[in-house]
Design a protein around this ligand. Structure first.
Ligand SMILES: Nc1ncnc2c1ncn2[C@@H]1O[C@H](COP(=O)(O)OP(=O)(O)OP(=O)(O)O)[C@@H](O)[C@H]1O
Ligand SMILES: [Mg+2]
Length: 394
């Protein structure tokens, strides 16, 4: 089963592109399920039909859709554990609301939603699964920790709330009490075993691709760069970028002249920033894209003869890792043969100059506080080492 995650900031067109891509996938004869994981669902609006937590046939052969109910999924996987932990916290004097909040790890609701990917993967009823809206940072952090089962209790510590620190002893004693131990431990272990398997599916570029959606404007670029960095950090393969709402050339109204020039400049910047990724330009349609007919028309203009479900790249363009106790970043830049590298860093942004190449990257938080110490080109990969030292003045 191929899984494609569409993500991007609010309102850029994720739901529309997920639905259009699913429609195209089904028309190519692939059994396709499109799921929205957003709390504020709009997949039903885009498809112009009611949807529920379980997949429903949409109409065109082989096309199914669902709007995930995270609360229902969380209850199914975590409900009993949550109640046990919350009860125990209440007995120790926490207010019921606080106890209820603390009994659920941040991101866990999204994770249990994603565990569905694994279920569909195992069941094999679909060839293609399209997810509208990829997981947030909190969910990704949970997903990416390799030994979460054992570390569950420790993760409670990293909750930003200072309360979490106070909870720790109680949680530990809860996990040790003969009453809670067996069941809670077993449930945690079972859930995180599924999460581990899910991670294997998500980080395999042949099986899973992430597609970033943005609009060719200043607002969305930075945020998309950040999402791109984090997807790479967590080991997911971003294989394409969709620049949506591009004003078509046939629009000649002078009112749009500046918009068109501005969009052209941003498209150039997008291609540059995300190279070597494929960039799909999605035209602004004449109307809101609602219903199968409009989605079909969008898919046609967008993909032509292409099959959008195939991976467009299977290698991560950007990697973060440790080497000889150094924090490293490796960026794949095809067509660059070497030369001296100039680096500069401002906040969480790293600027790279290499011959005629100029790139800016948003650094993950843990690197944003460090300084780049050296960089070199190996093959078509640029490697940058970071060190934990204070920024020099000047
Ligand atoms: N290329 C396009 N041409 C015309 N209308 C579009 C296009 N792309 C999206 N729209 C319209 O813009 C609106 C927002 O799109 P959509 O719901 O897909 O965005 P989203 O990223 O899923 O938003 P949210 O973050 O709220 O979930 C919808 O009314 C949709 O029909
Ligand atoms: Mg949406």
């Amino acid at each position: 089963m191929r899984t494609i995650l569409f993500t991007g900031k609010g309102g850029v067109g994720k739901t529309t592109l997920s639905a259009a891509t699913a429609l195209r996938s089904a028309s190519l004869g692939k059994r396709t399920l499109v799921i929205s994981t957003d709390i504020a669902h709009s997949l039903a609006d885009a498809l112009d039909m009611p949807l529920g937590n379980d997949p429903l046939a949409v109409g065109p052969p082989g096309l199914y859709a669902a709007e995930l109910d995270t609360a229902e999924e969380l209850e199914r996987y975590w409900g009993e554990i949550k109640r046990r932990i919350a009860d125990s916290l209440r007995e120790r004097g926490f207010s019921p609301t606080v106890a209820g909040e603390l009994a659920v790890l941040p991101g866990l609701d999204e994770i249990v939603g994603l565990v569905r990917i694994k279920r569909y993967h195992d069941e094999g009823a679909y060839d293609v699964l399209i997810i509208d809206s990829a997981p947030t940072g909190a969910a990704m952090r949970l997903l990416s920790a390799p030994d979460l089962g054992q570390r569950y209790a420790r993760s409670m510590l990293t909750l930003s709330s200072g309360l979490a620190r106070m909870v720790m002893p109680s949680l530990r004693s809860l996990l040790k009490t003969p009453l809670g131990e067996g069941m809670v431990q077993e449930r945690i272990a079972r859930l995180f075993e599924q999460v581990r398997e899910l991670r294997e599916i998500l980080t395999d570029g042949e099986q899973t691709s992430v597609r970033l959606v943005l609009n060719p404007d200043h607002m969305s670029l930075r945020e998309t760069q950040r999402a791109y960095t984090y997807m790479n950090l967590f080991g997911l393969t971003v294989d394409a970028v969709y620049a949506n709402r591009v004003i078509p050339i046939e629009v000649q109204d002078p009112f749009f002249e500046d918009w068109k020039l501005d969009q052209a400049a941003h498209l150039e910047e997008i291609r540059h920033t995300f190279a070597p990724l494929a960039v799909f330009e999605v035209p602004l349609m004449r109307q809101e894209v609602v219903g199968l007919e409009a989605l079909g028309a969008l898919a046609e203009t967008l993909y032509g003869e292409r099959d959008p479900t195939e991976p467009l790249a299977t290698e991560q363009p950007l990697r973060f890792y440790m080497e000889d106790h150094r924090y490293m970043l490796a960026l794949r830049i095809p067509g660059v043969s070497g030369g001296s590298v100039e680096l500069s860093k401002q906040g969480d942004e790293l600027y790279v100059r290499l011959g005629r190449l100029r790139r800016s990257l948003v650094l993950p938080q843990y690197l944003a506080g460090m300084q780049p110490t050296w960089a070199r080109v190996e093959g078509n990969v640029l490697k940058v080492a970071f060190e934990d030292k204070p920024q020099s003045s000047g």
